[in-house]
Structure formats: structure tokens, C-alpha cells
Design a protein around this ligand. Structure first.
Ligand code: FAD
Length: 482
């Protein structure tokens, strides 16, 4: 039989479930990637992620060509493109990897039905997680909604089958001769698809499998320090691999293997904590699968009764938050990091989300949507999980009365103000005591540092202590259930 592998968020030619199964089960395998108009037409023309995907696709095509194959790249609506390719190539089956986002699930089902009518199978595989859907359940056979017991059950299942059963790589090389050669293939340019050229969009990380490899090589030696360094945004602590995990230029099994290897050889805490983060990722995919309503509503229904700030003042506050003009330096520097690079450090995602919700009283969904538009690594499941965690409405969220103080967070996690100064150079001359709350600084010191509050840097939008009390009142509707 002849098959077509449809690449989506798995842009690599190694350890790839759908590619492996297609090669094993077929005599001849075509590969395709579709720049889906349904998705792309809603994105701004300067979207960095499209540049990342485009560069990754060029590399994937080259790599597949070296194996004797190549990538058919289209710019069209996915449903129409798949139908056309199936007809033109005369394939018996389309192989792809699971996508858990609610809209993708609907799209895939409709394609499956359509292909069925033409005697073409649509086969989809688990690839982007270690455990999915209902693979890790509680003793009562129900999905978990609290992380720690989920993680324990995840680890138990992982180790039950031997140390590498679930993280074993899919061997592709030995079946590569079945790849169908694709010649004279052109990849649509960014301009042809209505997007700005790559050079105009600075990405903090290099794209493609090669970009992922470089980051992983850099992180392998630092993993053992992850537990101590991961909370400090001025320090190179985390892996920065999220965008690669998002687009599958790296394989989750490869990362879990590496973390497990480090844990085995030296029982190091850094690798254990990092592995936990990868398990959080599985956890949120699982939550989205079992509770797709979280994409629009609170995980805990009672939290939908909260009344958020609205009207012109809330809109002005929201705009100030988006643009890094809240008057709280750590929050502002974090938002500038997001706006300028498309990345934001995890600690700062928590701080900025908490600030929007609990200092400005603004609906978490507005912040979630802003992150969705700007994060290179945007992933519905993790982003929604993070926002619902911060708003306390999520499955395993922080309690509603836990309200980060943006000044103490700043003193604790950016004590020297190094991160702040990177994004707010106008505060460069403030000392480490003043930088976290410039408006509290003595006028003489401000003058010496060349900072005029209200001119060089804004007054704070709200007073944290007042906002805190208002939030506790706002959340009173959920007290009974918290
Ligand atoms: P590392 O610290 O090196 O972690 C390794 C990997 O583990 C990450 O790449 C990611 O895939 C996974 N991971 C880490 N933390 C989490 C977490 N809390 N939940 C799920 N997976 C995690 N992560 C996204 O991938 N996409 C998002 O859209 C996203 N939005 C977020 C929104 C908010 C409000 C919050 C609080 C967190 C969000 N996160 C999101 C989780 C986390 O902040 C990022 O995964 C992390 O900062 C990415 O950087 P890294 O690759 O250097 O992470």
C-alpha cells in the first residue's frame, strides 16, 4: 500500500510515531506539511511562530530529501489539501499524530469521515506526550485532577514496563528506502502567504531540529542545577525548549530519556524537577482531553460567578499591562520580554498572570488570549492550565487567597534587578533597593539615577495592598467551594 504522512506539530524526521508506522505498514510513503489557511489567515503578518515553522519546514524537507524522500508543502485549507493529495497520489491511508486541541479533534474527525467515503484510512498516533487521555488513571479509574497523585501514577506506570519502554525512540532510518522521492518541489515563501520576512522578527532561539539539538546540548550539563536556577529570570536556568516541544522539532521521548538517564546516574534533584515539568505538560494535555470546556470556562464552575472589572478603566489597565506600563518593574520587564522575544520566563508568567487577575481584577481569559497571540510556545493546554492556576479556577490551582506581591516577588527572584534593567534601561541607575518599587524611592536618589516617575517610568496603576483587599472581596463568591 501507499501512504501519506501529514506532519503538523511534529516537525522532525526522527523518533516520529506516524512516520514510523506509515513506513512499516506501507510500500511507499509520501510526506506533507500544510500551511493551513484556516489557522494562518487569523494571525498577524508579523507572527514569529510562522517564521519558526517556515524555517523548520525548510530543514525538514532537506533532511527528508537526504533520506531519499522530501516534503510536499501546500498553502491551503487543510481539509481540501488532504483530499486533493489523497486523490492525486492515490494513497490508501493518511498517517498523522494526535492533536488534542478541541478544534483539531473536530477537524481530524471530519477528515477521517471524508476519507472513509473514498476508502482511504485516517490513522492517528500518540506522539507528543508519554501518556495521553486515559492512560494514567486513579485507582477508581477516573482521570486525576490533582497533579502530585497524577505524577506518582505516571512514574509508576512508566517504570512498571522497564526503564525505557515508554520513552523508546521510533527507528525511522531502517525503513527510509520506502520514502517516495519528491522532486522539483517549491515551498511557499512567507511573503506569498502574507507574512513578514524572517529577518524582521528576531527569535530568541534557532528553529528546526538543529536549533533544538543545540539548545538540548547546552541544557544537558545544566540540568542538574535546574532546581536551584529555574526561578531566577536573569539566570540561564531553564532549557528554553518549549517552542521546540510545541512544534515537535524535538521528541518528548528523547527528553524524558535524558532526564531519566541523569536521575539514574546521579539521583540529581535538578533532573527530577525538570522531569516533573515535562509531566505537568502531559497532565495539562490530559486535562484538556477530559475537560475541553476549560478552553472557554473555569475548570471549577463556581469560579465563573466572579465579576471582573470592565469598562474604560479596565481597558486602559489591560492595555498598560500588555505594553509593560503598570509601574511595577518586574511585571513590565516581563511583558516587554514577551513582546520583544515571544518568550517569557515561567516565574514571570506566574507573576504577570497573577498581577492581571488579582491586582487589576481583569478576567484571566483576556490575559490568556494575549499570551496565546504572543508566546512562541503557545499551547492551549499549558497556557490555559497556567492561567487557570493563577486565577485559582483551575484543577490544581493556587488557592484564591494566595496573591503574589509583585514587589516581594521582584526582591526575591530578581534581587539585583538585573533582569529588570535588561528590559527597562531607563531604570539602569537605580540601586537594588529602589528598583523593585521606584515610586517609593527618595526624590534625591531618583534624581541621581536620572529617573522622573511619571515621565521616564509610570506611577503604579494600583496600590497592591488595596487591590489585594478588593480581590478577596471579589473572590468571596467562591469561598464556600475553595
Ligand atoms: P523548562 O523549565 O525548561 O521546562 C521544560 C518543559 O516542560 C517546557 O518546555 C514545557 O514544555 C514543560 N513545562 C514546564 N512548565 C510547565 C507547566 N507549568 N505546564 C506545562 N508544561 C510545562 N508552557 C507552554 O509550553 N506553552 C504555553 O502556552 C504556556 N503558557 C503558560 C502560561 C502561564 C500563565 C504559565 C504560568 C505557564 C505557562 N507555560 C506554558 C508553562 C511554562 O511557563 C513554560 O513551559 C516554560 O516557561 C517554557 O520555558 P522552558 O522551555 O525554558 O521550560
Amino acid at each position: 500500500p501507499r501512504s501519506l504522512v501529514w506532519f503538523r506539530r511534529d516537525l522532525r524526521n526522527f523518533d516520529h510515531a506516524a512516520l514510523y508506522h506509515a513506513l512499516r505498514q506501507s510500500d511507499e510513503v509520501y510526506c506533507t506539511f500544510i500551511f493551513d489557511k484556516t489557522i494562518l489567515d487569523n494571525l498577524p503578518e508579523n507572527d514569529r511562530r510562522v517564521v519558526f515553522i517556515h524555517e523548520s519546514i525548510i530543514e525538514l524537507d532537506q533532511e527528508l530529501q537526504q533520506m531519499g524522500g522530501g516534503l510536499l508543502v501546500c498553502y491551503a485549507k487543510a481539509e481540501a489539501a488532504i483530499s486533493q493529495l489523497v486523490a492525486e497520489l492515490g494513497v490508501d491511508a493518511v498517517f498523522t499524530n494526535h492533536d488534542y486541541e478541541p478544534q483539531a479533534v473536530v477537524r481530524d474527525e471530519s477528515i477521517r469521515q471524508e476519507l472513509l467515503k473514498r476508502n482511504c484510512a485516517f490513522l492517528s498516533f500518540k506522539d507528543q506526550v508519554i501518556f495521553e487521555k486515559s492512560e494514567v488513571l486513579s485507582l477508581a479509574n477516573t482521570p486525576f485532577s490533582v497533579f502530585t497523585p497524577y505524577k506518582n501514577a505516571w512514574l509508576k506506570k512508566f517504570h512498571a514496563e522497564g526503564s525505557d519502554f515508554y520513552s523508546r525512540s521510533y527507528p525511522i532510518e531502517k525503513y527510509a528506502h520506502k520514502l517516495s522521492t519528491i522532486s522539483a518541489q517549491t515551498i511557499p515563501t512567507l511573503a506569498e502567504m502574507g507574512f513578514a520576512q524572517a529577518a524582521e522578527r528576531r527569535m530568541p532561539v534557532a528553529a528546526g531540529m538543529s536549533g533544538a539539538r543545540t539548545l538540548l546540548e547546552d541544557f544537558v550539563g545544566r540540568m542538574k542545577l535546574y532546581d536551584q536556577s529555574r526561578d531566577f529570570p536573569a539566570v540561564k536556568g531553564p532549557s528554553y525548549l518549549s517552542v521546540h516541544l510545541r512544534f515537535g522539532t524535538i521528541s518528548i521521548r528523547q527528553l524524558v530519556q535524558e532526564a531519566m538517564r541523569q536521575i539514574r546516574i546521579s539521583a540529581n534533584r535538578g533532573a527530577e524537577i525538570w522531569l516533573s515539568e515535562l509531566i505537568w505538560r502531559d497532565f495539562y494535555f490530559m486535562i484538556l482531553h477530559h475537560h475541553p470546556h476549560v478552553a472557554h470556562r473555569s475548570f471549577k464552575a463556581d469560579y465563573d460567578a466572579i465579576e471582573w472589572e470592565s469598562g474604560p478603566q479596565a481597558d486602559a489597565h489591560f492595555a498598560a499591562w500588555c505594553e509593560g506600563r503598570t509601574g511595577y518593574p518586574l511585571v513590565d520587564a516581563a511583558m516587554l520580554q514577551l513582546n520583544q522575544t515571544g518568550y517569557m520566563h515561567n516565574r514571570l508568567r506566574m507573576v504577570t498572570a497573577c498581577f492581571l487577575i488579582k491586582d487589576l481584577g481583569i478576567d484571566w481569559r483576556r490575559g490568556e488570549a494575549y499570551f496565546a497571540e504572543h508566546l512562541n510556545d503557545f499551547d492551549l493546554s499549558a497556557n490555559n492550565g497556567g492561567w487557570q492556576w493563577a486565577s485559582s479556577s483551575g484543577c490544581d490551582a493556587q488557592p484564591y487567597f494566595r496573591i503574589f506581591n509583585p514587589i516581594t516577588q521582584s526582591e526575591k527572584f530578581d534581587a539585583e534587578g538585573k533582569f529588570i534593567k535588561r528590559y527597562l534601561p531607563q531604570l539602569a541607575k537605580l540601586d537594588k533597593r529602589s528598583i523593585h518599587a521606584p515610586w517609593k524611592t527618595a526624590p534625591l536618589l531618583l534624581e541621581q539615577a536620572g529617573v522622573k516617575i511619571g515621565k521616564d517610568y509610570p506611577f503604579p496603576l494600583v496600590e497592591h495592598d488595596v487591590a489585594r483587599k478588593q480581590t478577596l472581596t471579589r473572590y468571596a463568591v467562591v469561598k464556600k467551594v475553595a
